[in-house]
Write a protein that binds this ligand. Structure first.
Ligand code: ASP
Length: 338
């Protein structure tokens, strides 16, 4: 009998494994232990090894768990025992974890596929079964990158964002097409796979620790930036979610606060609060002024990719100039260079 490939399942929690109790909020339960009972077809694809790294609602996800996941995946790569990895994760912060893993593990030699579900595995009309099966197929046939499989689509992991609370299609990839589509037959967009020849060479080891998350500020008409000065004094980086192609008003006090923050070594990155499209700071006068002050545009990266890329670079100890430079370069397909 031909031997089956092995797929490593790393379980972190989320709705998939929760069990509804009468009128009670959904909480982590034990359904994940019975994954092979609920989805017996998994055995037809591969020999499944399940490890439980955490069992939490993903709103409680931490950078420490990202590091344990990345370290476990790195070990699996070295041991060469598994054809691919499936990470079961709650949808709330799944896109942060998939983005973080892509930056922690940029030189992957096998697919790492995150999935979860909108309804628990243990209820009728669950989307969990199809998502898990599609994730295993992706782990066996997909490109050697971090991916998210959800509702028939395989996406690049650092391009997705959660877009729907209750639709089964929970994720979108606003600035990059899906890598694969699981229709009657799979269709893969092979020309979009991240080429293994493009791995960043200057990248360091998985750090032991990541810094606290940077401050993300969606700008609003009427916002008084000076109110934020005390908060800003505690930050190492500020990501402004500006209007349109990267514009905010720059009265003197805002300009002074931003310049002072950068003079003290803080980073200022500008992304757009519009999901689709790319920041172009030189397109309008307000954006151009931000650029002249020293702020750097985050092109078309999602919020999740911008935040986690920055945290990983800071955790790896890259100096300020390198951090700013690499935020505008594609490390593993997270942004579009025109
Ligand atoms: N609150 C859940 C979680 O992210 C939602 C889900 O899994 O869909 O863990």
């Amino acid at each position: 009998m031909p031997t089956q490939p092995h797929v490593l399942f790393l379980y972190t929690g989320g709705t998939l494994g929760m069990q509804p109790k009468d009128n009670q909020p959904l909480e982590p339960a034990a359904a994940h232990r019975d994954l092979l009972t609920w989805v017996p077809e998994l055995r037809e694809y591969a020999s499944i090894d399940i490890e439980i790294l955490s069992n939490i609602d993903s709103s409680l996800m931490t950078p420490e768990i990202w590091i344990s996941l990345a370290s476990r995946i790195e070990r699996a790569q070295e041991e060469k025992t598994h054809a691919g990895v499936v990470v079961i994760h709650g949808t709330d912060t799944l896109a942060f974890t998939s983005s973080a893993l892509s930056f922690l593990l940029p030189g992957l030699s096998m697919p790492v596929v995150l999935t979860g579900s909108q309804r628990p595995l243990a209820v009728t009309r669950t989307d969990a079964r199809n998502n898990v099966l599609g994730a295993v197929e992706t782990a066996l046939e997909g490109p050697h990158e971090v991916l998210v499989f959800f509702r028939e689509r395989a996406y690049r992991g650092n391009r997705v964002t959660k877009m729907a609370i209750s639709d089964f299609r929970a994720f979108t990839s606003p600035n990059f097409p899906a890598l694969g589509n699981a229709g009657i037959a799979w269709e893969w967009n092979e020309e979009l796979f991240w080429p293994s020849t493009c791995r960043p060479t200057m990248w360091g080891e998985i750090p032991d620790k990541l810094p606290k998350a940077p401050l993300v500020l969606p700008w609003l008409p009427g916002l008084d930036f000076s109110d934020l000065q005390p908060t800003l004094d505690l930050q190492w980086a500020l990501i402004i979610e500006a209007f349109g192609s990267g514009n905010i008003p720059l009265p003197d006090n805002t300009r002074e606060i931003l310049s002072g923050f950068m003079e003290r070594g803080g980073h200022v990155f500008i992304r757009s609060q519009v999901a689709k499209g790319q920041v172009a700071l030189d397109m309008y006068a307000p954006g151009k002024e931000l650029m002249q002050l020293g702020a750097v545009g985050a092109l078309d990266m999602t919020r999740e990719a911008t935040v986690t890329k920055l945290m990983v670079m800071q955790g790896m100890g890259l100096d300020g100039d390198r951090v700013r430079y690499h935020m505008t370069q594609s490390l593993c397909g997270e942004l579009t260079i025109n």
